[in-house]
Ligand binder design. Structure first.
Ligand SMILES: [Zn+2]
Length: 505
């Protein structure tokens, strides 16, 4: 089904250059876009894209070459391909349960299916590798008749290859960087790794026996009462205590420096800028979530850090995620008040009818926007189920709160695609959008494919595609001067791309 007429009429943004977009965001525009030749190249490129709209292979070639700006929604461990984890596991001689596909660093289980991987398995155990790659990703999912829902298979994969990740963060970042350079991506905002929080460490820092247990219980009791004012009051007083503790605040600085060091140790290339989002896992105990978020806010508040914002991740439909959702939003509300300059992108509304009860749909995006004051929304799939979706969409449009669209992810994890996806609704209501990959490794995709799907499914025109690319810099969490520099670079790259298309196709 094509949405082209809808887009053509409603998304009337004939943007010929990213500097035009820069003007929209109060960034100074370069005068390069006044050159009529460049407009002509853009127009010719648009005509070419229209001519190949139904030709998938041509689209792949087109989008492989097109500059794609930023990928603002990608998880480090989910973006690395399973083949890399297989190689790491062999090099590190990890153990694997050949039935479940789970890696172990030690042989601490009596399962008869456990074998030890060895370096020479990299090139000698083809069928073992095939099986593990399929278990650690969505590849060949439908060939196996796996007795597990797709969303469970997806989220389980992180735990299966997890033992191969922790000691190799720099190598994993390098894979993302190299792919981005290969794909003509100029900027990555990576959800790298979450701050580590433990009850023993917190007991020690706050010099109180059972500090973690007792404070967590206070939060759980408040959640149990369903009294929003009480929940907020406990969050407030906890943060106040933390803010007065130098050793605890140092945790944020240490985390920021750790992320900086990971990035500094990975490959450097002037054609790619990388930044990171700290995040909490919404399935953790509430105090752990609050602690991870606070560390992330402190880290992001420090100008030297590569940490440019905070997020919250994990399956949104899990029991604990659903139960604590409003509490998590209140945590963001309190932290945003304390650190108004820190940016937050929130996974919100990654739900659909049938996955949860209808009553549980239609409140997560509005809470993320109105309570947590999210600067960006990840997924935003259940927006049509929101009780006041029209006013919510208007608010997001007027306040420039973009949605990070992840088409392949939504299709596999939630079975939402084509005309069931809310993308046309967001376009109709002029909510800004950015295109991203989510977990390209597990999902066996890349950023170029997301643009192919956009054109194949929704018939977007070239000017609209270009607007989305520009949005990926405009709505990044970079500083304004960094955005300006990337916008100008992007404009030059588009110029080269369009000239090339005009002259060669
Ligand atoms: Zn995500």
């Amino acid at each position: 089904m094509s949405y082209k007429p809808l887009f053509a009429i409603i998304l009337a943004v004939c943007i010929s250059s990213c500097s035009s977009t820069a003007q929209l965001s109060n960034l100074p525009a370069s005068n390069a876009s006044t050159d009529s030749t460049k407009y002509d190249w853009a127009a010719q490129t648009g005509k070419y894209l229209e001519s190949i709209q139904s030709k998938e292979v041509f689209l792949r070639q087109f989008f492989a070459e097109m500059p794609k700006g930023g990928d603002l929604h990608n998880h480090l461990t989910g973006s690395v391909y399973a083949e890399t984890y297989y190689d790491i596991a062999c090099m590190d001689s990890l153990y694997v349960d050949t039935l479940s596909g789970r890696l172990y660093s030690k042989k601490d289980t009596s399962s008869i299916h456990i074998i030890r991987l060895l370096p020479d398995y990299i090139n000698s155990r083809h069928m073992l590798k095939v099986k593990l790659v399929d278990q650690w990703s969505i590849r060949n999912f439908h060939s196996y008749n796996r007795n597990i829902p797709q969303d469970e298979h997806f989220f389980n994969a992180f735990g299966l290859f997890g033992a191969a990740t922790g000691n190799h963060m720099v190598a994993l970042i390098n894979e993302l960087k190299q792919r981005a350079l290969h794909e003509n991506v100029q900027y990555l905002e990576i959800m790298g790794t979450s701050p580590s929080v433990s009850d023993k460490k917190m007991d020690s820092i706050f010099n109180t026996e059972n500090y973690y247990k007792n404070t967590n219980k206070k939060l759980l009791d408040a959640i149990q009462s369903a009294d929003t004012a009480r929940i907020r009051s406990v969050i407030d007083s906890t943060i106040k205590t933390w803010e007065q503790n130098i050793a605890w605040k140092n945790e944020g600085i240490v985390y920021g420096k750790f992320i900086d060091s990971l990035d500094a140790s990975s490959i450097a290339d002037t054609n790619l800028v990388t930044r990171y989002l700290a995040y909490a896992s919404r399935k953790s105990e509430p105090l752990t979530v609050l602690a991870q978020l606070h560390i992330g806010f402190v880290a992001s508040n420090k100008a030297a850090s590569k940490v440019v914002g905070v997020n919250i991740v994990s399956a949104e439909n899990s029991e604990i995620s659903m139960l604590h959702y409003t509490t998590h939003m209140l945590m963001f509300a309190v932290l945003k008040e304390k650190y108004p300059q820190v940016k937050a992108s929130l996974h919100a509304g990654e739900l659909t009818l049938g996955l949860v009860k209808p009553e549980d749909l239609g409140r997560h995006i509005s809470q993320a926007v109105y309570i947590a004051k999210a600067d960006r929304i990840g997924h935003g799939l259940d927006v049509a189920f929101e009780r006041s979706s029209a006013s919510l969409l208007k608010y997001m449009q007027e306040n420039f709160i973009p949605v990070e669209i992840n088409l392949t992810s939504n299709e596999f994890i939630l079975g939402v695609k084509d005309n069931e996806h809310p993308l046309p609704l967001y376009v109709k209501t002029k909510v800004p959008l950015v295109i991203s990959t989510d977990d390209a490794g597990i999902l066996r995709t890349n950023l170029a494919e997301q643009y192919v799907l956009l054109v194949r499914r929704y018939g977007l025109e070239y000017s609209q595609i270009k607007q989305l690319v520009c949005n990926s810099i405009k709505y990044s969490f970079l500083k304004e001067n960094e955005k300006q520099r990337l916008m100008e670079k992007l404009e030059r790259e588009f110029e080269t791309f369009e000239k090339n298309i005009t002259n060669n196709y």
